[in-house]
Structure formats: structure tokens, C-alpha cells
Design a protein around this ligand. Structure first.
Ligand code: PHE
Length: 342
């Protein structure tokens, strides 16, 4: 038995020393020293010996086991420590810093807006980015051949429906969620819809093909433009944490009547004119108006009984104003130097 132990020890060590790959070393260790390993089997068979032999052989077996373990550890360190055979770890070296991510500026601003609106009792809703022509245009009072379709250059999906029409679009606006919400919840209704929208734009400092909008609407018994303007003022003061100068002028959107545009003074140049505001000192921020009766009807709401306002704006543009960013391309550009500032 003692001879057997010494023989297997020589065998293991001879094999181990020839190995160059730590993986094979581990395999060898398992083969001999593992739970079902050959050396382990010998140790187990010690129980069959008489007491005196058990003590003697047991002591030898344990010493050999320790010896083998030591050799394996040393060999592993040498192989894993690289060519120079360094197994030394300098614990005083600085560690690898784990970078912690944070919210994108658009998400930060969207959360702020959601807080402002939920505090006024609005629901926050979501809708599909791949939308049907019906919800994106038709039900918003923009029929197929109407020139108003030209206001939003659209990415149609190249997959015709049963009638051969291209009826799926990357949504160009968050307004289709107005119809979806009306059909789902009926009146009265107070909702905001943050979301990503897509347009076939020529990209420049203030236009991108993918940007974020924030839509809001309120439908009830006696809703008027006064409610709309009050809510928008509340929103802008909440975002900029100060009274913001705004001006309201008539605007055209097929799904509101009357329609207005709300401009705010450019916070980048302070109103004196710069490329971001096309030198006019004002920025078109919000499209809004009273929801067109046809749109209410498409949403299944009685337009004789209820009225409502709606507004929509680019969160991206609002973020440019809030943080003083002069190029929209930075938002989707994945530049860490830019993103780390928020
Ligand atoms: N959906 C319009 C746009 O993208 C904005 C808008 C929303 C205007 C709601 C009026 C009312 O241009």
C-alpha cells in the first residue's frame, strides 16, 4: 500500500511537470485528486486496513496529498502568471474603476416633465413607435391625399397590406396616442405621452431623423384655450425653474381648431439671435390647439358634449434650451464627453 502511494505520487508529479496549459493541469488534478480520482480511491481504501496500519499508511498518505497539492498550486501559479512565471499580486496597485452609468439628458428632462404633469393629475401613456397610417394620419384629420401630409416627411414601411397600400409608418408624432387613449378611456381625460418619433429629415444642427416628443391633452366639459395656456406656462416655468417668456401665435395643425404655436425666447442667445433660433431670438417650441371635433369623433368621444386641448413639442429641442446645447446631433451621438456632463 505504501509503495502504491509513492508510485502514484511519482506518476502524478511527472505528468504534472510536463504540462504547459493550466486547463490540462486542472484536468489532471481532477483525474487523480478529484472526488472520484485515483489517489482519492486509495485514500478511501485505507478504511479496510487494521488500526496500526491505518495510522502509519494514513500519515504517509496525508503527507503525500499535501505535497501534491503544493506542487499543483505552484505549477498553476507559474502557468497562469504568464511567461515570466510571476505569481505575485501587488494589492497596493489601484484597481480597475467600474464606471457607473446615469440617465440620458432626454430621459432626465422627460422624468421632470412627467413629474410636473402627474402632479396636475395627468396620466402618463405610451404608444407604439411603428404605427398604422390610420392612427398616425387618418384619425388625426389628415386624409390620404391631403397636402398636410407634406408637413411631416415620413418613413413608410415597405410592406403593403391586403389592399396593396403601405399602411405602416414609423410614427412621425406622438399624437396618434390621443386617439388610442380616447378609445381606451373615454372622456374626461388628462394624459401626457412621452415618446420617440421619426422623420425623413435632412440632418443639421436642429433637425434629426429620430427625436423625442412630449404630447399632452385634456378633454372635459368646459375645456378652453385658457386652460391650455395656463398648463403650458406651468410646464415651462417648472422645467426652467423661472418665468419663461412665451408668445402665442396662430398655427396650423390639421387635428386642432383653432391651432396655435407657442414660442419661447431663445435661452442660448438670450433673444438676440443665433443659429439655433435661426437668428430670430424666438424658438417654436410647442404646437397646440383645441382638439378638432372630427378627431374627438374618431376617438369615440361626443364632440357636442366635450371639448379638449392638445399640445405637442420636441423634448429634444426643450433639452437644447434647458442645457444650452447648440447641436441636436449630440443627443444620439454616443459621445461620452458630452453625456458625462449630465
Ligand atoms: N403633433 C404635432 C407635431 O408633431 C404637434 C402637435 C400636437 C400640435 C398636438 C398640436 C397639438 O408637429
Amino acid at each position: 500500500m505504501e509503495k502504491e502511494i509513492l508510485k502514484i505520487k511519482e506518476e502524478i508529479l511527472a505528468k504534472a511537470k510536463k504540462i504547459k496549459d493550466p486547463k490540462f493541469l486542472r484536468d489532471l488534478e481532477t483525474k487523480y485528486m478529484g472526488r472520484k480520482g485515483e489517489f482519492t480511491k486509495i485514500l478511501r481504501s485505507l478504511s479496510k486496513l487494521n488500526d496500526e496500519d491505518k495510522k502509519k499508511v494514513g500519515r504517509l498518505a496525508n503527507t503525500v496529498k499535501r505535497e501534491i497539492a503544493l506542487v499543483f498550486t505552484e505549477l498553476k501559479n507559474t502557468l497562469e502568471g504568464g511567461e515570466k512565471g510571476e505569481s505575485f499580486v501587488d494589492v497596493t496597485l489601484p484597481g480597475i474603476k467600474m464606471e457607473r452609468g446615469h440617465k440620458h439628458p432626454i430621459s432626465l428632462l422627460t422624468s421632470d416633465l412627467e413629474d410636473i404633469f402627474t402632479s396636475m393629475g395627468f396620466m402618463v401613456l405610451d404608444g407604439p413607435e411603428l404605427e398604422s397610417d390610420f392612427f398616425n394620419f387618418e384619425a388625426l384629420n389628415i386624409p390620404k391625399t391631403h397636402p398636410a401630409r407634406d408637413m411631416q416627411d415620413t418613413f413608410y414601411i415597405d410592406k403593403p397590406n391586403k389592399n396593396g397600400e403601405l399602411d405602416l409608418v414609423m410614427r412621425t408624432q406622438t399624437s396618434p396616442v390621443q386617439i388610442r387613449a380616447m378609445r381606451e378611456y373615454g372622456a374626461p381625460l388628462k394624459c401626457v405621452v412621452p415618446g420617440r418619433v421619426f422623420r425623413n429629415e435632412a440632418i443639421d444642427a436642429v433637425h434629426d431623423t429620430t427625436f423625442d416628443q412630449f404630447e399632452g391633452f385634456m378633454i372635459g366639459d368646459d375645456i378652453s384655450l385658457c386652460n391650455l395656456i395656463a398648463v403650458l406656462k406651468e410646464m415651462l416655468s417648472g422645467v426652467f425653474k423661472q418665468e419663461v417668456k412665451v408668445r402665442v401665435r396662430p398655427g396650423y395643425f390639421p387635428f386642432v381648431e383653432p391651432g396655435i404655436e407657442v414660442d419661447m425666447s431663445c435661452t442660448i442667445c438670450g433673444g438676440s439671435g443665433c443659429p439655433s433660433c435661426k437668428q430670430v431670438g424666438w424658438l417654436e417650441m410647442i404646437g397646440a390647439g383645441m382638439i378638432h371635433p372630427k378627431v374627438l369623433e374618431y376617438g369615440g368621444i361626443d364632440s357636442k358634449k366635450y371639448s379638449g386641448f392638445a399640445f405637442g413639442m420636441g423634448v429634444t429641442r426643450l433639452a437644447m434650451m434647458k442645457y444650452g446645447i447648440d447641436d441636436i446631433r449630440l443627443f444620439n451621438g454616443s459621445d461620452m464627453k458630452f453625456l458625462k456632463q449630465f
